[in-house]
Design a protein around this ligand. Sequence first.
Ligand SMILES: C[S@@+](CC[C@H](N)C(=O)[O-])C[C@H]1O[C@@H](n2cnc3c(N)ncnc32)[C@H](O)[C@@H]1O
Length: 277
Amino acid sequence: MKNQKLKDVLNLLHEQRGFDFSGYRISMLERRVQKRVFATHSKDLNEYITFLNHHPDEFDNLIDVFTINVSRFFRNSLSFEYITKIIIPNLFLTKTRASDDILRIWSAGCSFGEEPYSIAIILNELLKKEESNIKPTIFATDIDKKAIARAAVGTYGFESIKKVKYGILEKYFTKEESQFKLNQEIKNRVQFSFYDMLDKNRAVPPESIFGGFDLILCRNVLIYFEPEFQKIIFNKLYKSLNKNGYLILGEAEVPIDEFKHKFKRENKCSKIYRKIG
Ligand SMILES: C[S@@+](CC[C@H](N)C(=O)[O-])C[C@H]1O[C@@H](n2cnc3c(N)ncnc32)[C@H](O)[C@@H]1O
């Protein structure tokens, strides 16, 4: 019964705003919708549905609690150390040897942009240090259009930048009152667009045209989905990754069973994988 009411809420949201959250973990949705039940002083889900019908703006609040945007620059420092010291130099070398100067990176579920911008900063540093001719493109996508719009602005509060090293902060950010504004050179390196990881019609973000990524970061996104929907996402990640390409997951995430043998774990301390075949 409780689940049926939750399904009614999801159906309403789908009808009204086109967002389909039916593949998300039920326990997560239940917890989150309760926050809105409480905030709107509704007695239960029944009353909340009535509230939604009378206050269509509430759909925005519901989308906000379902799309968890928590992120920060250089989140999980170990993964970023590995990207800086091993992955990017390795990709530069392989590309140079193959006389291929194009490097394609995808941040899937990029939230407010902290993740793809962290990669852009690393690339900027390494490209200059190694005087490399590699031309990187970073595609960054999310289902949350408001998050993408904020990402494109590139202004962050202290919580987001607290893991940024002093030298990098000085070099790439300008402090404006309590906000930190990312510089244009880094912003220009990332292409943001809307893309639903469960989109049945498009296997890759349309802006990327064909996928062919050398590195994909899909961190702290899979945890929100039921296993059968994780499979849809994994299929996309696998197909759009080049052979020997790198896949980086969130700390609480692992490849689902069907894909375990298709990836080799690259590093014991972080969720970094390499596509085998
Ligand atoms: C917790 S954030 C992760 C941000 C970043 N990857 C990190 O690890 O710091 C999860 C992001 O996944 C996005 N997301 C959730 N469902 C999605 C879907 N179906 N397609 C694309 N993005 C989705 C949310 O909007 C949110 O911005």
